[in-house]
Design a protein around this ligand. Structure first.
Ligand SMILES: [Zn+2]
Length: 159
């Protein structure tokens, strides 16, 4: 279907997944800019926001809000950066739509934050044991918030 295999559809993101619903999935970034840098992606491959179904689109904001709360709680962020690049000119390198969720701390900003974010190819990927540790940490945190994970459309921990 796609000329280039999509890394998010290829199954290699299963070990990075820490929350998912029927529509959406939260994965830990393979080369995090800062600790806690995650991505939210639709389960089905789309490239632009306008290609999301209305169900996917309306699920996105509450899901992102919960994941943002989660990464701030787990990584101690005092703020959170939500960033989405659509189109090559905007810096979209993976054609599968993805929303960055990045916990932020006072004074953590590099001089050229946006270039750093887009330059994921030059950040070293996590070792699989480091990925497993972060994913386990986030799944545990989610599991400890049952009241926050039981409502429809709210991510639950993956078993
Ligand atoms: Zn895809």
């Amino acid at each position: 279907m796609h000329a280039n295999p999509c890394p998010f559809c290829a199954g290699e993101i299963a070990p990075a997944t820490f929350a998912e619903t029927l529509q959406l999935r939260a994965i830990y970034n393979r080369a995090p800019l800062v600790p806690g840098h995650c991505l939210i992606i639709p389960q089905l491959h789309v490239t632009t926001l306008s290609q999301l179904s209305s169900i996917e689109a309306s699920a996105l904001v509450p899901f992102a809000a919960r994941i943002a709360e989660l990464v701030m709680a787990v990584y101690g962020g005092t703020g959170v950066d939500l960033s989405l690049q659509q189109g090559q000119s905007a810096g979209q390198t993976v054609s599968h739509l993805h929303l960055h969720v990045i916990p932020r701390h006072e004074g953590d900003v590099m001089a050229d934050w946006h270039s750093e974010l887009l330059d994921s190819e030059h950040r070293p990927p996590l070792r699989s044991e480091d990925m497993a540790r972060e994913v386990a940490r986030l799944r545990r945190a989610l599991a400890m918030w049952p009241e926050r994970t039981s409502a429809p459309g709210i991510p639950g921990a993956l078993e």
